[in-house]
Each structure stands twice: as C-alpha cells, then as structure tokens.
Design a protein around this ligand. Sequence first.
Ligand SMILES: C[C@@](CO)(OP(=O)(O)O)[C@H](O)COP(=O)(O)OP(=O)(O)OC[C@H]1O[C@@H](n2ccc(N)nc2=O)[C@H](O)[C@@H]1O
Ligand SMILES: Nc1ncnc2c1ncn2[C@@H]1O[C@H](COP(=O)(O)OP(=O)(O)O)[C@@H](O)[C@H]1O
Length: 291
Amino acid sequence: MDKLELKALGKINLGLDILGRRENGYHDVRMVMQTVYLYDRVIMEKMREPGIEIRTNLGFLPVNENNIAYKAADLMIREFDIREGMRITLEKHIPVAAGMAGGSSNAAAVLFGMNRMFSLGLSEEELKKRGVILGADVPYCIMRGTVLAEGIGEILTPLPAMPKCYVLIAKPPLSASTKTVYEKIDQEGISRHPDIDGILAGLDAGDLKKIAGSMGNVLEQVMLKEHPVLGQIKETMKEAGALNAMMSGSGPTVFGIYENRRTAKAAAEKLKHTGLVKQAYVTNVHNVRRK
Ligand SMILES: C[C@@](CO)(OP(=O)(O)O)[C@H](O)COP(=O)(O)OP(=O)(O)OC[C@H]1O[C@@H](n2ccc(N)nc2=O)[C@H](O)[C@@H]1O
Ligand SMILES: Nc1ncnc2c1ncn2[C@@H]1O[C@H](COP(=O)(O)OP(=O)(O)O)[C@@H](O)[C@H]1O
C-alpha cells in the first residue's frame, strides 16, 4: 500500500479529575473520554527518497520534528528500519491547542497507518505502548470511543457508548498550555473533585441527562478564573438548551451537550452572534472503533 488516508478524530473530556502528582511533574488522572466526529484528514504517502515531509493547511504549525505527526513517523521509521520516505499531509479542522487532542490524534493516525502500510503486524496494545512515548492522550486516540482513562491517561477501559447526542464545540480565541494549567492547579490545590462515578453510572444506565449532569473538569478551576469568557460561553450554551456545558481537557474549548441538532445549531448561531467565539461547530459523538 503506497497511500492511505485516515480520519483523525478529536475528543472531549466528559470528566477530568486529578488524583495525584508524580515526581516527573505528570499527574495521575481519572478521565472519561469521548470521541467526536470532528476530524483532521491525515494523508500518508510512501516516497522513494528517505525522509519525512509534513504538509499542512495551517501555516503556523511546525512541519519539522516539532510536529507530533513527524515524531510518530520518525519513531516507526527508526524502530522498523524503514527505508522509504513518508509524506504526511495534515488537513486540519480540529481546533489547535484547544483541549481536543488534535495533535495526539494525528500522531495516533500515523502510528496506525504506518503499521498497516508497512505490514508491521503490531497489535493495538503494541501501538498504544509506542503512542504514550509521544503524549499521554495518544493511546486513547488510537483506541477511540467512550473510555475511562487512568494513570497519566494511558490505562484505558472501554465504557458503554455515550448515548446519541449533539455536541456544540466552541473555541474562543485564547491559548492555554496544558503544562501550565496542570502546574497552576498544583499551586492552588483542588477545591472540588468532579463526580466521575456519576458519569460512569449514567453511561451504565444509558441516561444522557445523568451523564451530562455529572460532567466535571477539575482544570476549570484554573481556567474559568483567568478567562471569564469561558463562563459566559457555558452560560450561553445552557440558556440555549444544553443539558450541560463544560471546558474540554486543558481548554480553552467549551462544549455543550444537546438532545437535538436544531437546538445545537441555534445555540451555535447565538454564540457567534454574541461575538464570544468565531469558531463554533455542531457535531455528534462517535463510537465506531478502528477496523
Ligand atoms: C489535559 C488533557 C486531558 O485529556 O488533554 P488536552 O487538554 O491536552 O487535550 C491531557 O491530560 C493532556 O494530554 P497530552 O496533551 O497528550 O499530554 P502530554 O503531551 O503528554 O503532556 C503535556 C504536559 O501536560 C502535563 N500532563 C499531561 C498529562 C498528565 N496526565 N499529567 C500532566 O501533568 C505535563 O506537564 C506535560 O508536560
Ligand atoms: N499535528 C499537529 N496538530 C496540532 N498541533 C500540533 C501538531 N504538531 C505539533 N503541534 C503543536 O502542539 C500544540 C498543541 O497541539 P494540540 O494537539 O492541538 O493541543 P491539545 O492537545 O490541547 O488539543 C500546538 O501548540 C502545536 O503547535
């Protein structure tokens, strides 16, 4: 196979709790992850000449070894002594540095894709082991679906699929460094832990209202104080009919959960109209596993 095109899907965190801090600065977490149908296209082509070439529609992204897709390809090329070169085209749609694991998902697609293109025979578990070297969320992006993530995010347990719903994704024009957000919560201490067990019970019961009502993200404690606009976006989403609204990951993306597409679309229009965000997308949850 000389060419392969994959969808690299984004994620939201329905729940994010921190249980402790490790000596290397990483945190033990307990998170409920959910794939959404908002994706980047990753096109992989074998080249006769060795080397890795990254192309992307976003001029501000690195195209050298600082791109996580480059790192993923480099890891596979070195380990498996691959002689051909790789051209990887990233057609980006997932908001960047947003708490939606866009980069991690690109890396997951490259690991998965190269395994297939070069017939390396690695199992999903073996791919995840390589993924965590690149980033804590990469193993989850290989697995996808509704998943409980523990450890630093790499210990994964599949959960009953999130019931059908619509997700309004809004990315305000702010940037947040994941590392800094985790560091700030260390300094402040956690004032309230989210109800992760409530989300799990809601998933077990297939009860969307219970799931939405139990959502919580400990990192909001830092981000909502620093960026009041995030609270305004949440309120606007709820006033416009969301069962609940929350920041994803380390932010600044905020998402709202809706039972019906028309309400979600109207909420997106309202949000854009208020000027709080320019980037707002309505999508749905995606529970199809990789084949
Ligand atoms: C917050 C979350 C929630 O899903 O996602 P994003 O907001 O990035 O999407 C993740 O925990 C982020 O995962 P990811 O972005 O892959 O993390 P990495 O690249 O491995 O690490 C970036 C930085 O985040 C911090 N980090 C990450 C994971 C973790 N369990 N504890 C941490 O303290 C570390 O300071 C690290 O230097
Ligand atoms: N393929 C990639 N896609 C997006 N960002 C990338 C990629 N490779 C490297 N980066 C860098 O990683 C940072 C965060 O990436 P991203 O995965 O979008 O964040 P998050 O995990 O918060 O959603 C950005 O500052 C970006 O410059």
